[in-house]
Design a protein around this ligand. Structure first.
Ligand code: CP
Ligand code: NVA
Length: 327
């Protein structure tokens, strides 16, 4: 498998074999790190990390993984660089690729990360856009493989806003890897039909299935994985909270949902999560709408069903695999 020089912009660009290769490479790098075996194969290389939206996991994963591979990182945010306001993406790309061996981008439209890739001749990695979050899905699939020993055939239910980066990326990953994907949510939040059609084709080839349902009982029955994400994503206006709470509250992950899924089902979340009042946003929502928890109850989040911190750790190992393979 040779992925050298490849961008990593969306899982749509990667074959099931390539995705599996990256997951298995991440597992190997994780095992090596645990044993203290160094893998600094990219010594002396430099990477640029552009974050137009905030981050804890993704930024730390890129920085720690880069360091483990022997590389240096430069962190750029919109306030401390010229990106966007004073310099176009095309010009930024042509400057950065003269200095860096690769560029990571987190921000808004997918067209921005596509433009960075078009105008630079080094690998560009998507650290989250409005449309996709592909590195998150590598971590999620590694976590599933570690837990269930396989990816193919897993019944994966996503509850919440399935039209955005997480819903889209999960549906693509499931379709490519032979999993059974269900978007269980209010139909306003079903993924875009064009993407559904594309994924249906992948699913036909892989043995997976795609189901869209508003019925919580039917949708979550016998699931292996129940997954959710925040109801309002970064960059969305605050005023949408009211509508989201109204529309998505019936799709909150509760212990009843987990029980309906079955005794072996696990709970997953890309994080950050609103499961208690220990955040500013959480307390603000409590004041305005009276909710103590949002997309997932604290009971589920803190339960033994929850593998969210394994997922968070796996962000680092899988991002490392992407850098290891594409540089
Ligand atoms: N899951 C995820 O992307 O987390 P951050 O926003 O903290 O990077
Ligand atoms: N949908 C969320 C994912 C965060 C990792 C967001 O875009 O804010």
């Amino acid at each position: 498998m040779n992925l050298k020089g490849r961008d990593f912009l969306t899982l749509l660009d990667y074959s099931p074999e390539e995705i599996e290769y990256l997951i298995d490479l991440a597992a190997r790098l994780k095992a090596e790190k645990r044993k203290g075996i160094s893998h600094d194969i990219h010594k002396g290389k430099n990477i640029a990390l552009i974050f137009e939206k905030t981050s804890t996991r993704t930024r730390c994963s890129f920085e720690v993984a880069a360091h483990d591979l022997g590389m240096n990182t430069t962190y750029l945010d919109p306030k401390s660089s010229q990106i966007g306001r004073k310099e176009s993406i095309a010009d930024t790309a042509r400057v950065l690729c003269r200095m860096f061996d690769a560029i990571e981008y987190r921000g808004y439209g997918q067209e921005i990360v596509e433009a960075l890739a078009k105008y630079s001749d080094v690998p560009v990695w998507n650290g989250l856009t409005n449309e996709y979050h592909p590195t998150q899905l590598l971590a999620d699939m590694l976590t599933i493989k570690e837990h269930f020993g396989r990816i193919k055939g897993i019944r994966f239910v996503y509850m919440g806003d399935a039209r955005y980066n997480m819903g889209n990326s999960i549906m693509i990953a499931c379709a490519k890897m032979g999993m059974h994907f269900t978007a269980c949510t209010n139909k306003k939040y079903f993924p875009d039909q064009k993407l559904v059609d594309k994924c249906m084709k992948y699913a036909d080839e892989s043995g997976g299935t795609i189901t869209l349902t508003e019925d919580v009982f039917e949708g979550t029955k016998n699931a292996d994985v129940i997954y959710t994400d925040v109801w309002v994503s970064m960059g969305e206006p605050e005023k949408v909270w009211e509508e989201r709470i109204h529309d998505l509250l019936p799709y909150r992950v509760t212990m009843d949902v987990m029980k309906n899924a079955g005794s072996k089902a696990i709970f997953m979340h890309c994080l950050p999560a609103f499961h208690d009042l220990n955040t500013e946003v959480g307390r603000d929502i409590k004041k305005k709408f009276g909710l103590d928890e949002m997309e997932v109850t604290d009971e589920v989040f803190e339960s033994t069903r929850s593998v969210v911190f394994n997922e968070a750790e796996n962000r680092m190992h899988t991002i490392k695999a992407v850098m290891y393979a594409t540089l």
